[in-house]
Every structure is written in C-alpha cells, then in structure tokens.
Design a protein around this ligand. Structure first.
Ligand code: SF4
Ligand code: SF4
Ligand code: F3S
Length: 269
C-alpha cells in the first residue's frame, strides 16, 4: 500500500452511538492520521471528514459512482415505516435519504463491505427488544452479499485495520460461521484470559470488588460469557492497556451475534 495507490473507503453511520468511530480514532498501528492520509483514501465519514453539506454528499456519491471502493458500515439500519408518508426506514435519514436507501446503494456498489461493530454486524443494541425501528444488521439485510463482520461494542481498531490490510494485500480473510475474520476472532475470550487458572481450580469471585475478585479469581459466577465469546480482547487489549475482565468486569459477549438480547450467563459452570 502506498500513498499513490490508496484504496477508496466510504464509512456510513446508521443507527449507532459512534463508539465504533471513537475506537478507530485510537488505532496505533498505524495512527489514525497515517491510516486515512497515507494508507486509505477515506472519502466519506460523517464525524471526521472536513467537508459538510452538499460537498460531503458529492464525495460519497462520486465514490459510489466510480465503484471499486471498500464500504465500512457502522450501526444497524432502521427498516420500519415512519413519518407522515410511512416511508420504509423513515426513522433514520442522512442527506434527505433514509439510511436504508443510502446503505443499499453503497453495499450494492462496493467491492467489499466490512461491518464495524455489533450494531452493523448483527443489529446489536439497535435491534434490542422491542426494536421499534425494526433495526437490522447488514448481513440480515443483504443475505446474498459477501460481508466481513468485525463485531464488538465497540471492536478493537486492531481488528478493523488488520482486516482492511488483509483484504487489500491477500483478499478476504478466512471467516468463521458468524462472518468474522478468524485471525482476529478465532479464539474465545476465555481461551486467553489470565483468570483461567482460577476457573480451572473452581475459584470463583463471589461478588464485584471482593478480595477474591481483586486477587484475579474467575468472574464466571458474576456473569462472564468469556467461554462463549470469540474476540481478541485479552491479547490485543483496548488502548494497549486494559480490557473488561482485567478491570474486574465480566465479558458480556459483545462480539456475539446474539448481543444484546442473548441469554445472560446464569452463573452456573
Ligand atoms: Fe456503539 Fe456498540 Fe453500536 Fe459500536 S456496536 S455503534 S459501540 S452501540
Ligand atoms: Fe473465562 Fe471469564 Fe473466568 Fe476469564 S473471567 S477465566 S473469560 S469465565
Ligand atoms: Fe466485549 Fe467481552 Fe471483549 S464484552 S470487549 S468481547 S471482553
């Protein structure tokens, strides 16, 4: 990858909290300025692009018309009718068009689509019951399309940058049955958890903030879903420094297709 041969990337925001964009701003290999100025050509991103209004819309649709770009999608897509005209997807609009319309045009034209964050991958928080906007993840919305899912709430930027580099240099990485790249989601959180020796010895912290929890005992009986959750948090960490279980909070399964409504771990082992 060189500055002269940077691939076009467009990044759509749908129904989301922008936590996923916050996470990519914290990439360190490379840093965000090098990523968007030297490695890719980020032609459209509503929260960090310099352009606004019609100029921003033009940058998006010029890229789509040209084709051959990578689409990164953040957020679930509202599909329920809304507004006085009961327009499909009318709960969310950008530039006068529904997120449903914009996402459909972008995904149909993209050379590759990467969903960044569980909202985009599987619906996530946006799809939580009772889901009044009928929000959907991209895979559910476009069942025939080849989609690469980089889930998490938020994911680690390492996984997105690695996926983009892999796609541009070697093609689509091997995906698991949830559409996630195996190099970043091939092992469970439990597989690499530093509290695992306590799990193996049946030493479970009885409460948050207890002496046992501070000493590193396993958080399974406090609701940890690490054994059922595939992600690289224990090895990559957030900000290269910490991750939920290290800080004393159970993994809540944020990179799994059933997040947010999936059955909570009931504390039995
Ligand atoms: Fe926010 Fe989580 Fe959705 Fe990302 S996946 S946009 S962090 S709610
Ligand atoms: Fe596994 Fe969670 Fe216990 Fe870590 S805290 S060993 S991920 S069950
Ligand atoms: Fe999410 Fe569990 Fe990692 S909650 S951030 S997959 S530790």
């Amino acid at each position: 990858l060189t500055a002269d041969n940077r691939p076009d990337v467009v990044w759509l925001h749908n129904a989301e909290c922008t936590g996923c964009s916050e996470s990519i701003l914290r990439t360190v290999e490379p840093y965000i300025d090098a990523l968007i100025l030297d490695y890719i050509s980020l032609n459209y991103h509503e929260t960090i692009m310099a352009a606004a209004g019609h100029a921003a819309e033009k940058a998006l649709w010029d890229t789509v018309d040209k084709g051959g770009f990578v689409a990164v999608i953040e957020g679930g897509v509202p599909t329920a009718p809304a507004g006085t005209a009961m327009e499909p997807g009318g709960h969310g609009k950008v530039g006068g068009h529904t997120m449903l319309e914009n996402t459909t045009k972008v995904v149909e034209a993209a050379a590759a689509t990467i969903t960044y964050g569980t909202c985009a991958s599987y619906g996530g928080v946006q799809k939580a019951a009772p889901n009044p906007t009928a929000a959907k993840g991209i895979g559910e919305l476009f069942p025939g399309k080849a989609i690469i899912n980089v889930p998490g709430c938020p994911p680690n930027p390492f996984s997105l940058v690695g996926t983009i580099v892999h796609f541009l240099t070697k093609g689509v990485p091997e995906l698991d049955d949830a559409g996630r790249p195996v190099p970043f989601y091939g092992e469970s959180v439990h597989d690499n958890c530093p509290r695992q020796e306590f799990f193996d010895n049946d030493q479970f912290a009885p409460s948050f903030g207890s002496e046992e929890a501070r000493k590193g005992w396993c958080l399974r009986k406090l609701g940890c879903r690490g054994p059922e959750t595939y992600n690289n948090c224990p090895t990559v960490k957030f900000n290269q420094y910490n991750w939920p279980v290290q800080s004393g909070h159970p993994c809540i399964g944020c990179s799994q297709p059933d997040f947010w409504d999936g059955k909570d771990w009931d504390g039995e082992t």
